[in-house]
Every structure is written in C-alpha cells, then in structure tokens.
Write a protein that binds this ligand. Structure first.
Ligand code: SAH
Length: 275
C-alpha cells in the first residue's frame, strides 16, 4: 500500500470534495481491540480518506480524530441485549452512502471477520454492486489474552486454540458448538461474548470432563485504560468473575497457557517437553 499525506484538519470549513454518484465504495476496517495504537497502518489510512465512517461501539473511538474534517460519522453502536441497529439497516446505510459517491469506512472492533458480521456486509454490498475491500484487524480473541500476558499457544503447553462465541449458552437449541469436543481437545479455548453465559459454559465443560484445576482467565476491556484481568481455574472462574463485577466486553481463555508461569526454552528442554 502507499501512504498518502494526512488530510488537513486545521480548517473545518475546508471545501468538501463533491462526491460523484457511482464512484462510491466501502472499506471494512478492523480497528483492533481498543487501543488506538493497535489499528493497522492500512486501516488508519482508510480512515484518513473517508467521507463517511459507520462505526461500532467496540472500534477504537480515538482513531476518529484522524478522519477528514468533512467526514460524516454514523454510530451504529450495538449495546449488548439492548437497543440495536439492525443488520439490514446497516447494510442499507452502507449501500446508500456508497451509491451517493462516498468512500464509506465501516469501522469495526477487532477483525471484521471474527464475529463481526463483516462477511454479511460484504455479501450485501457485492449483491448491490458496490465495490468493497476488507482491511484485517488485530482480533481481541488473540490480543486480549496477549495483553494479559497469555499466549494462545506455547510450546509444551498448547498446540492450538479454538475461538468460540459464548453468545448462545450450551444446551440452547440455537447452539452449534460441540462443547464436549472442545473439552477433549487438549488445546486452548477462547470464548468471546461469553460473560453472561460463563457459568453455564464452565459447568458444561466440567460435565464433559475438562479438568476443574485447568487455569482460566477472563480479560475485560483489553487494551483500554480500564483493562481488568481475573485469573482462576475452570471450576472457580465464574465465581471469581462475578465477584470482580466483570462485564462485557471480555474474553475468557481456558487452558494451561493461562496458568501464569510459562516454561522458557531451557525449561522446556529440561522437562523433555520439546525435542
Ligand atoms: N470482531 C471482534 C469481535 C466482535 S464480538 C474481534 O475480532 O475482536 C464482540 C466480543 O469481542 C466481545 O463480547 C468480547 O468478547 C470481545 N472483545 C472485543 N473487544 C474487546 C476488548 N477490548 N476487551 C475484551 N474483549 C473484547
């Protein structure tokens, strides 16, 4: 990619470039987990070239200071379990603004394709004949544990990780997650959107044979000033999270990597964990 100059923000009355109908397009930008330093260079560049920004609650709001003075900002904040802007409304908004000739940035938290409905928006835009590109973002499923010092994989401890949505509790007919398979996997389990369902998820994993003493941690507001980390075990995590008053957004990570002490290269060799 080529970096252009920063738009001049000094003069808010600077002439607004007249959008030409038919020349509009949409860029989906993954903004990372919340720290404005964790957006990509390409994502920031797209924001600096936006005529319209359609933003989510979890996208790093500080980055909006970078958009041109003429740009329109539309907040479609989705408050969990509260008032929502429907996906159809958002799709229609993106199509409408692009058809009027605007460069529309759809600004999302984390990565657009990890529980971000980015795929749905790309389908809707493509069906409407609107050009769309996607700029990946740093996903909270990896970054939230990482910002709490927890690597999702580590030699000798975990050879993989699975990211699942906890939005629908185990046992709910709408759930498509095979929790028993996850309990057996021997790899790291990362749960997004799982604060309200945490107790039911942990109970289910224990019933499916997961070790109650397995380390587990919940990280809330990762990358933001109010970041909080609760470390516990699989069996004790729901009580610990409740006692700490943790709310959404939070990521839970379950597995040996969440234990706090990571074996270094020589320790791994001494314990015969790696060859
Ligand atoms: N596309 C996003 C995920 C959207 S789903 C991504 O890739 O990160 C929303 C969920 O993401 C939240 O319920 C929470 O589980 C997680 N999340 C997003 N930002 C977070 C943050 N700063 N701290 C902790 N969890 C976060």
């Amino acid at each position: 990619m080529v970096l252009g100059p920063r738009p001049d923000r000094a003069d808010p009355a600077a002439p607004r470039p007249a959008p030409e109908p038919g020349t509009g397009r949409v860029t989906l930008v993954g903004g990372g987990p919340g720290d404005p330093g964790l957006i990509t260079v390409a994502g920031l560049q797209a924001l600096r070239q936006a005529d319209v920004v359609v933003t989510d609650r979890l996208a790093p709001q500080e980055c909006l200071a970078e958009i041109p003075a003429h740009a329109e900002v539309i907040d479609v904040a989705k408050i969990p379990r509260g008032e929502q802007t429907s996906q159809e409304t958002i799709n229609a908004l993106l199509i409408d603004r692009a058809r009027r000739g605007a460069h529309v940035v759809r600004f999302k938290g984390g990565d657009p394709y990890v529980f971000g409905r980015g795929g749905e928006e790309v389908v809707a835009l493509t069906e409407a004949g609107v050009p769309v590109t996607v700029i990946p973002g740093v996903t909270s499923s990896i970054a939230a544990p990482e910002l709490a010092g927890i690597p999702v994989t580590h030699r000798g401890l975990s050879q993989g990780f699975t990211v699942v949505s906890g939005h629908v509790a185990p046992g709910d007919p709408r759930s498509g997650v095979d929790w028993a398979a996850l309990a057996r996997s021997g790899t790291t389990l990362v749960i997004l959107m799982g604060v309200h369902t945490l107790r039911r998820i942990c109970t289910r994993l224990l019933a499916d044979g997961m070790d109650p003493a397995l380390p587990a941690a919940t990280i809330a507001d990762a990358g933001l000033a109010g970041q909080r980390v609760v470390r516990s075990t699989l069996a004790a995590l729901p009580d610990a999270v409740e006692a700490a008053g943790i709310g959404s957004p939070a990521v839970t990570v379950i597995g040996a990597v969440a234990g706090g002490e990571l074996p270094g290269t020589s320790a791994l060799a001494e314990r015969g964990l790696v060859r």
